[in-house]
Design a protein around this ligand. Structure first.
Ligand code: FES
Length: 136
């Protein structure tokens, strides 16, 4: 859930996320530590998660931005094959047990995809210490 008063961050134009296509990767701070996240379109909806497997905290894409299995049914961790339901992030098979991916709050508005940071997951700072682009 978005933190009250947190400003949305524009991630990309809606058209940049094709159905079951390559995900958008972006940098975040998770509990003040650098981490990666991704946004993916699946069954028309845009979802976003930390790029961090529940089994071992490793990034999951088998090529940059490629997360879905060959049948395009599940988010697949490239390391040991954990499968996650794309719309919920819940583990659907493999060594992730009853775990779930950490979901980020993303919404489409006016033809763009926005991320609403939370208390736990904040925008990464650029080299000059300022937050990345926000909508006007
Ligand atoms: S690190 Fe993802 S399944 Fe082991």
């Amino acid at each position: 859930m978005a933190e009250a008063g947190s400003r949305p961050v524009r991630l990309c134009a809606s058209a940049e996320l094709a159905e079951k296509g390559r995900a958008l990767l972006f940098d975040v701070l998770q509990w003040r530590e650098p981490a990666r996240a991704f946004a993916l379109r699946f069954e028309g909806r845009v979802v976003a998660y930390l790029n961090r497997c529940v089994h071992v905290p490793a990034e999951m894409d088998w090529q940059p931005g490629e997360f879905l299995d060959s049948r395009q049914e599940f988010i697949l961790c490239a390391t040991h094959g954990a499968e996650y339901e794309p719309l919920t992030g819940r583990c659907a098979g493999g060594p992730c047990g009853r775990g779930s991916l950490t979901a980020l709050d993303v919404r489409e508005q006016g033809g763009a995809v926005y991320w609403y940071p939370s208390r736990d997951t904040r925008p990464a700072l650029d080299d000059e210490g300022s937050a990345p682009e926000s909508p006007p």
